[in-house]
Design a protein around this ligand. Structure first.
Ligand code: MN3
Length: 207
């Protein structure tokens, strides 16, 4: 069973003006597709892993044969990171988190403004390509903000990504050029907090 590129749940121009249509098209149809294709190609060498869903595969990265391990880290991580990224954004989004998610943010960060500062700072200070993440730590039962290089998935270290922002240049360069901080400021306008809350609730439930 090959991994497949998920359909974008909204139009390429749905996140305008914060994320431009051309970036969304290239990012989802070229970059994400390449991760999916290259993951499937790598897994041809390990037929016994072919039936594993992407989350199981990344959580058990230590069981992946050495010859294809880095390819799975890069492309499997790239696949899962982007699938999540599309899901936690949307048109007519933004604002502030509510409900159980707002409570968890208050518990872990103090308030929403501090969470935003931390996520932005992690995004700015990630040298080169990577992601600024908010993850659920099953050990502490709390949310944490981390940054990761390249496409390294938090799943590989037992953390559950709840939401994250892609700071690879391909995510923002057409519209923002070198201004990563401006992209990070604008990005909050497209965060679908209901979708993020669903991720948090599922993570807390061990799913
Ligand atoms: Mn990307």
């Amino acid at each position: 069973m090959a991994h497949t590129l998920p359909a974008l749940p909204y139009a390429f121009d749905a996140l305008e003006p914060h994320i431009d249509a051309k970036t969304m098209e290239i990012h989802s149809q070229k970059h994400h597709k390449a991760y999916v294709d290259n993951l499937n190609k790598a897994l041809e060498a390990a037929p016994d892993l072919a039936g594993q869903d992407i989350v199981t595969l990344l959580r058990n990265i230590g069981s992946v044969p050495a010859a294809i391990k880095q390819a799975v880290i890069n492309n499997g991580g790239g696949h899962h990171n982007h699938a999540l990224f599309w899901e936690i954004m949307g048109p007519g989004a933004g604002g502030e988190p509510t409900g159980t998610l707002a409570d968890a943010i208050k518990d872990a960060f103090g308030d929403f403004a501090k969470l935003k500062d931390t996520v932005k700072n992690n995004g700015i200070t990630q040298f080169g390509s990577g992601w600024s993440w908010v993850v659920y730590n099953p050990t502490s039962g709390k949310l944490e903000a981390i940054k990761k290089p390249n496409q390294d998935s938090p799943l590989m270290e037992g953390l559950v990504p709840v939401f994250g922002v892609d700071v690879w240049e391909h995510a923002y360069y057409l519209k923002y050029q070198n201004l990563r901080a401006a992209y990070l400021d604008a990005w909050w306008n497209v965060v679908n907090w209901k979708a993020v809350e669903a991720k948090y609730v599922a993570a807390k439930a061990g799913k």
